[in-house]
Design a protein around this ligand. Structure first.
Ligand code: NAD
Length: 362
């Protein structure tokens, strides 16, 4: 199969981790007789420096024309003082909206090899952590109107949170469909004791439940969910929630699995052209040191093969290779804690080890 992948390396550790994912994809291509071609696209701080715009139309067009997009991360202190609508992160919002990828899928799964790296007590981790957060990605407060104005003699700001029934329904369906393929438990997370958007969210979810009698639907307030994720994560199978709640809860969920550097994500809309990225940011504190964990990005590439390219065996190979390398004791700095005889591994070395394991797997 021939596939074109738009590659956004971005800022900070972005180029380092994306290069490792490409290293692994190239081994997959060789092993299975595929051909992947890569088209570089600029987004984030590097695009601001080059074009004065975090995502020029020309770069978005490259992404829309490709079969899928692999993204590292954007942002950093260098661009912290640029105006809000020109910040690197605006590029992220624009690419998600431009590609129409409304469903962000973030697995929170603990690798048994990393149990000691979880900040949770062993008795909680032993019960298992394996759930998915399905986050609405192109609506809600991040996409509402934002303004700052003078009121009663002082600066005042306003951010609008808005959801329509159809926006909720399309992500709700992804939640039910995802649960249907797993343990058939869907938890809808909102703040219906306070917010109108949440009350609408809840009513749509309950209407949809009638069409999915095989899936057990429950409701949870977002503040309670934040507690339950650390108290009893084993209760969750699939969580479906709106944009901002999903952003925050998925970072929390990533930490209990050991490190934010381990977690991939896929963002999909109505077509197979998806956006694949690790859930972490550009980690400016460790950029350029070859110490970042590339596994979240490598696993994002595996999700791309599985969900956009229909290459499940190839995706399995990558996931198994990650497990093998972790079992052999190789660890980047963020996941080294808590184990005996582990081998501190550079970002580039981790990518090479995983690529080699893919090559040698049957
Ligand atoms: P961050 O995720 O970049 O970093 C948080 C902490 O996790 C840091 O200590 C960092 O070193 C560590 N970390 C993150 N990824 C890691 C990896 N792969 N390996 C090892 N350690 C890792 O979050 P932040 O510090 O809040 O944000 C930094 C910048 O990234 C900001 O400009 C922010 O706006 C941006 N950001 C971008 C995205 C994105 O591109 N999708 C997402 C979140 C934040």
């Amino acid at each position: 199969m021939n596939k074109t992948i738009a590659v956004i390396r971005g800022d900070g550790i972005g180029p380092e981790i994306v290069n490792e994912a490409i290293k692994v994809l190239e081994v997959v291509a060789k092993k299975y007789g595929h051909s992947f071609s890569y088209v570089d696209a600029d987004m984030g701080g590097c695009a601001i420096d080059k074009y004065g715009d975090p995502l020029p139309q020309s770069e978005l067009d490259k992404c829309l024309a490709a079969d899928s997009v692999l993204l590292g991360a954007v942002g950093g202190p260098k661009w912290d003082s640029v105006p809000g609508n020109m910040r690197p992160e605006k590029g992220l919002l624009r690419i998600r909206a431009g590609m129409g990828v409304y469903s962000n899928n973030r697995p929170a799964k603990i690798w048994p090899q990393l149990a000691a790296a979880s900040p949770l007590k062993p008795e909680i981790v032993e019960k298992g952590i394996d759930f998915i957060i399905v986050r609405e990605l192109i609506g809600g407060i991040y996409f509402g109107d934002h303004k700052t104005f003078d009121e009663n003699g002082e600066k005042t700001s306003e951010d609008v949170m808005k959801y329509s029934e159809s926006e909720i329904e399309r992500i709700g369906r992804i939640g039910f469909e995802t649960a249907r393929k797993r343990r058939k438990k869907l938890c809808s997370v909102e703040k219906s004791n306070v917010l109108d958007t949440s009350r609408l969210w809840k009513s749509v979810m309950h209407r949809l439940a009638g069409e999915y009698p095989d899936v057990e639907l429950s409701d949870m307030l977002v503040d309670n969910c934040a507690m339950q994720i650390v108290k009893n994560p084993a209760q969750f199978d699939v969580i479906v929630t709106e944009n901002m709640f999903g952003d925050i809860l998925s970072d929390e969920a990533s930490m209990i699995t050991g490190s934010i550097g381990m977690i991939p994500s896929s963002s999909l809309g109505a077509t197979s052209n998806g956006l694949y990225e690790p859930i972490h940011g550009s980690a400016p504190d460790i950029a350029g040191q070859d110490t970042a964990n590339p596994i979240g990005t490598i696993l994002s590439a595996a999700m791309m093969l599985r969900f956009s390219f229909d290459m499940p065996k190839e995706a399995d190979d990558i996931e198994e290779a990650v497990g093998k390398v972790l079992s052999e004791g190789y660890r980047t700095g963020d996941i080294i804690g808590g184990g005996e005889g582990l081998k501190l591994t550079k970002c580039s070395e981790m990518g090479s080890l995983i690529a080699e394991a893919v090559k040698n797997s049957r």
